[in-house]
Design a protein around this ligand. Structure first.
Ligand code: NAI
Ligand code: MG
Length: 353
């Protein structure tokens, strides 16, 4: 029987509340589909940082390296600046493990009131693919003449041919498993070096995938189309910054932030990939046991798919849809009174071949 070794980082706030429900669903999937898990928990978080001055130990990445995948809740604490938690934990993992594809499915589920009108379940179903390693999020730059009238700040954007090609190839391959359509987010009218290069690489890659339909939009009008015509999209590929914005906007138009999942993938599988809900640690509701666990559970389904357990992944997604579409328990963010555990248990009990 296959046994998957998973590193678990619950993190802060509601991360610690939703991760156990993610594990419950994965365990149920394993029992039903004949595989098992060895979970190892790491208490790396902002609370650890407040005690020790580090988000993770110096050899943290080496400790994670042997695992089949990383299952993360959320990090963030009101007493710790957000760039500390991001650059102290998440960004090193994403970069050092070449998790260059950040994938966020956007699907309108039954029983969820979308923020956009005139669309029903099944009519919005696309995937945002964000370049996760380079682009606008670089630490090349600097600041001169601080606190004077001559103050200068510069931040260098970095686009490499390798980086563009691999994320675009990933998007086209993903499209082949879906409706064979890729949309590129660009801004080659205003940003005149990097974005025309991005367009060039996109056109070049499209030649290798003549069976996949393509289009591209400037990021400004693309955000409007997301809201007005979310049914136009299948796979949407964007740079680190554009992808970041689109991958929050996408989940927002189909309902609660508590539902949205994500994967940080190393498609070559040379390093572990990381799966985490889109939401953060939600300090405003942490400790009350009312967080929606679906984002975590759905991220678990993405992890199963990445591990090759496709049937189990589909069954977890069906269980989520069946609880949401039926008269099952609902957490307050989606209009109910149930707690995190009650919703988690309801979903786990519906997982079956
Ligand atoms: P957030 O996602 O934590 O919360 C935004 C709003 O959505 C809050 O009102 C919250 O109660 C609600 N919400 C979020 N998840 C929910 C769930 N599962 N069920 C029900 N309601 C939910 O974003 P915010 O407030 O901007 O950030 C809080 C902290 O989380 C910050 O420290 C931030 O840096 C961190 N953060 C961490 C992320 C990560 O670990 N990848 C991602 C986003 C934020
Ligand atoms: Mg974001």
């Amino acid at each position: 029987m296959k046994n998957y070794k998973i590193a678990v980082i619950p993190g802060d706030g509601i991360g610690k509340e939703v991760v156990p429900e993610g594990i419950r669903a994965m365990e149920a999937a394993g029992r039903q589909f004949g595989f098992s898990f060895a979970w190892q928990t790491f208490d790396w978080s902002c609370e650890t940082y407040l005690r020790s001055g580090r988000m993770m130990p110096a050899d943290g990445l080496e400790q994670l390296r042997p695992f089949d995948a990383i299952f993360l809740g959320a990090v963030g604490h009101p007493k710790v600046p957000d760039h500390v938690s991001l650059w102290g934990l998440l960004i090193p993992i994403r970069r050092e493990f070449h998790q260059y594809a950040n994938v966020r499915p956007v699907r309108l589920l039954p029983g969820i009131e979308p923020a956009v009108k005139n669309f029903g379940p099944g009519q919005i179903d696309f995937c945002v693919v964000r370049e996760n390693n380079e682009g606008e999020y670089s630490d090349i730059g600097g600041r001169l003449y601080s606190r004077t009238d001559d103050e200068i700040v510069m931040q260098q954007t970095v686009f490499t041919r390798r980086g563009c090609d691999r994320i675009m190839r990933f998007a086209f391959e993903l499209a082949r498993t879906r409706r064979r359509h890729v949309t590129s987010a660009t801004k080659s009218n205003g940003i005149i070096y990097t974005m025309p290069f991005w367009d060039e690489r996109f056109a070049e890659m499209a030649k290798k995938y003549t069976d996949v339909r393509t289009d591209q939009y400037f990021i400004d009008i693309l955000t409007a189309h997301f809201v007005r015509h979310p049914d136009w999209f299948d796979v949407v590929v964007g740079s680190n910054l554009f992808g970041d914005i689109l991958s929050d906007l996408g989940p927002a138009i189909v309902g609660s932030i508590g539902i949205a999942p994500s994967g940080n993938l190393n498609p070559e599988r040379e390093y572990p990939s990381m799966f985490e809900p889109v939401h953060g640690s939600a300090p405003d509701i942490a400790g009350r046991g009312i967080a929606n666990p679906i984002g975590q559970i759905w991220s678990g389904a993405m992890m199963l798919r990445h591990l090759g357990e496709t049937a189990a992944a589909e069954s977890v997604e069906r269980a989520i849809e069946s609880v949401l579409g039926g008269s099952g328990p609902r957490t307050p963010d989606i209009g109910g009174k149930a707690g995190t555990q009650e919703l988690g248990e309801a979903i786990a009990s519906k997982i079956s071949p």
